[in-house]
Design a protein around this ligand. Structure first.
Ligand code: FAD
Length: 449
C-alpha cells in the first residue's frame, strides 16, 4: 500500500506529525511537492528561497521526492490514482488560499474515493483553537498570549526510525535552478537554531532591537517554510538552562506574535488585504504621480532619512530586514508619505525571503494603526530619534548607505547637521517629518469623527 505525503509549509523530516501519520497508514510513502503556478508565477527572493528548500528536502529524502508542476487540484488526485494511494497526508494549511485549495483537493480526491488527511499545522497551537470563554477569537495580543500559554501543546514528534519512501519510477518534473549559496533546508535551520540557543538567546531581550548587531535568531524563513517547527524550538527552550530567563520569555513572546497573526488570519481571512479597524477605513491616502515618485524613493532607499534608506536597501540586497527597521520603514510609508499600507505590504512580500501573509500584512496593519490590537493611530515613528536610539553609533546606516560612510558615529543619522553631510551625494529628505506627522494626526482625527 502507498500513501502520499504532500509537502507544503513543512519542508522537514523531524517533528513532523503528518509524516508519522503517513508512515503509519501504509507500507510505502510517496513524498511530493507541487510547483503551483499560482504561488510561483513571479520569481521573487521568496520563491527562490522556497525552491532551495525543496532541493534540500529532495536530498534529505535521498531523491525520492517527486516534483510535479501544475494546479494541485488536478496534480494530486491524478498522482494518487497513478500510485494507488487512498490517503494523501498533509499538515493543515491555514492561509486563505491554502484553505481554498485544500478544500478543492479534498473534494476532488473524495470524488474518486480517496482521502485528504490533515495532521498538525505550522504553528505550536493550531490557528482557530484559542477562543475566549464565550467562544470568540481574541482581538488583543496579551489575553491571547495568556490563553496560548495555558493551552496544551503536544511534545515534538519523533522522526520515524525508518521512512519507507516509495522509489518506483514515478515521473518527476525538474526543479527550477536556484542560485547557489542560499542558506536553506532542515539541517541549516537546526544548526542556526542550536547556535542561537547556545550563544544568542541570553542577550536577546537586551539586544533584539539593535539592527546594528546581528542578535536576532534569523529563523523567520526557516519557520516560514517549516524547516523547523516552533514546537521543537519551544521544547528546546523549556529543556535549556536559560529557558526560564527573561530573554527566553521575550523570545517565546515573539513566537506567539507569529501564532497570533496566523490566528487572526484564520478567523478573518479578509484581514490579509483589508483594514481590520473599520473606524479608520475612511482615512484618506495619497496617490498620483507625485506620490508614485515618493513611493519609488522609499522602495529604492532614497528618502533622505538614513535609517529608512538603510532598511529599504537591506531589504533589496538581503531579502530580510531587522524587525525594528521594518516598523520604522512601514511607519514612514504610511504616516510620512500617507500611502495605504497594502502598497508597502506587497513590496515587502515581493522582496522578503520570509514574506508571510499573516506576519507581514498584520505587521503592516499594526504599524498603520488599522489592525486588531494595532499600535495606537497617533504613534508615528520619528526616523531620526529611532535611528539614534537603536543604531547609536550609526553602524547599521553606514553598512547599507555608502554615501554616509564618511560621517562618524551617530552623525550618520543627521547629515543635514554637518557641513560635509552631503559630500557623497546623499539625497535631501523627500518630506519634512514634523509636517507630515502633524498631517497624519489631522487626517486620523477627521476620519474618527
Ligand atoms: P527574532 O527576533 O529572532 O524572532 C523569532 C521569531 O519570532 C521570528 O523568526 C518570527 O517567526 C517570530 N516573530 C518575531 N517578531 C514577530 C512579529 N512582530 N510578528 C510575527 N512574528 C514575529 N515576519 C515574518 O516572518 N514574515 C514577514 O513577512 C514579516 N513581515 C513583517 C512586516 C512588518 C511591517 C513588521 C513590523 C514585521 C514583520 N515580520 C515578519 C515580523 C518580524 O519583523 C520578523 O519575524 C523578524 O524580523 C524576523 O527576524 P528573526 O527571525 O531574526 O526574528
Amino acid at each position: 500500500t502507498t500513501s502520499i505525503l504532500w509537502f507544503r509549509r513543512d519542508l522537514r523530516l523531524n517533528d513532523h506529525p503528518a509524516l508519522l501519520a503517513a508512515v503509519d497508514s501504509a507500507s510505502h510513502v510517496l513524498p511530493v511537492f507541487v510547483l503551483d503556478p499560482r504561488l510561483l508565477e513571479h520569481e521573487t527572493p521568496r520563491t527562490r528561497r522556497l525552491l532551495a528548500s525543496v532541493a534540500s528536502l529532495s536530498k534529505d529524502t535521498r531523491g525520492a521526492l517527486v516534483v510535479r508542476r501544475g494546479d494541485p487540484v488536478e496534480v494530486i488526485p491524478k498522482l494518487a490514482k497513478q500510485v494507488g494511494a487512498t490517503q494523501v497526508h498533509v499538515s493543515r494549511e491555514t492561509t486563505p488560499y491554502g484553505r481554498r485549495r485544500d478544500e478543492a483537493v479534498e473534494k476532488a480526491l473524495a470524488d474518486d474515493g480517496r482521502e485528504l488527511v490533515a495532521t498538525g499545522t505550522p504553528y505550536a497551537v493550531g490557528p482557530g483553537r484559542i477562543v475566549n470563554q464565550s467562544g470568540s477569537p481574541y482581538k488583543v495580543f496579551t489575553p491571547f498570549s495568556k490563553a496560548w500559554h495555558q493551552h496544551g501543546r503536544p511534545a515534538p514528534a519523533d522522526r520515524p526510525k525508518r521512512i519507507p519512501w516509495l522509489r518506483d519510477e514515478v515521473h518527476s518534473d525538474p526543479l527550477p535552478k536556484t542560485p547557489s549559496g542560499i542558506e536553506a533546508g532542515e539541517a541549516a535551520a537546526l544548526k542556526r537554531w542550536e547556535s542561537f540557543l547556545r550563544d544568542g538567546l541570553t542577550a536577546y531581550d537586551r539586544e533584539r532591537d539593535r539592527p546594528d548587531l546581528d542578535t536576532t535568531s534569523r529563523l523567520s524563513a526557516p519557520l516560514k517554510y517549516g524547516e523547523i517547527h516552533p514546537r521543537t524550538i519551544l521544547a528546546d527552550i523549556a529543556a535549556h538552562s536559560a529557558g526560564r530567563s527573561q530573554a527566553a520569555n521575550t523570545y517565546v513572546t515573539e513566537l506567539i506574535w507569529r501564532e497570533f497573526y496566523a490566528d487572526v488570519l484564520w478567523h478573518q481571512p479578509d484581514s490579509a488585504w483589508h483594514d481590520l479597524r473599520g473606524e479608520l477605513a475612511k482615512l484618506p491616502y495619497d496617490s498620483g504621480a507625485e506620490t508614485d515618485r515618493l513611493v519609488d524613493a522609499w522602495r529604492e532607499g532614497r528618502t533622505g532619512y538614513p535609517i529608512v534608506d538603510a532598511g529599504m536597501r537591506q531589504l533589496l540586497e538581503e531579502g530580510w530586514m531587522h524587525n525594528r527597521v521594518r516598523m520604522i520603514t512601514a511607519s514612514f510609508l504610511t504616516k510620512d508619505l500617507h500611502v495605504w499600507w497594502p502598497v508597502g505590504a506587497q513590496h515587502f512580500l515581493d522582496h522578503l525571503i520570509d514574506g508571510d501573509i499573516a506576519s507581514n500584512n498584520h505587521g503592516w496593519q499594526w504599524v498603520a494603526g488599522t489592525g486588531t490590537d494595532a499600535s495606537p493611530y497617533f504613534r508615528v515613528f520619528n526616523p531620526v530619534t529611532q535611528g539614534k536610539k537603536f543604531d547609536p553609533d550609526g553602524e547599521y546606516v553606514r553598512r547599507w548607505v555608502p554615501e554616509l560612510r564618511h560621517l562618524k558615529g551617530s552623525a550618520a543619522h543627521e547629515p543635514w547637521k554637518h557641513d560635509n553631510g552631503y559630500d557623497e551625494k546623499y539625497p535631501q529628505p523627500v518630506v519634512d517629518h514634523d509636517d507630515e506627522r502633524k498631517e497624519t494626526l489631522a487626517r486620523y482625527e477627521r476620519a474618527r469623527r
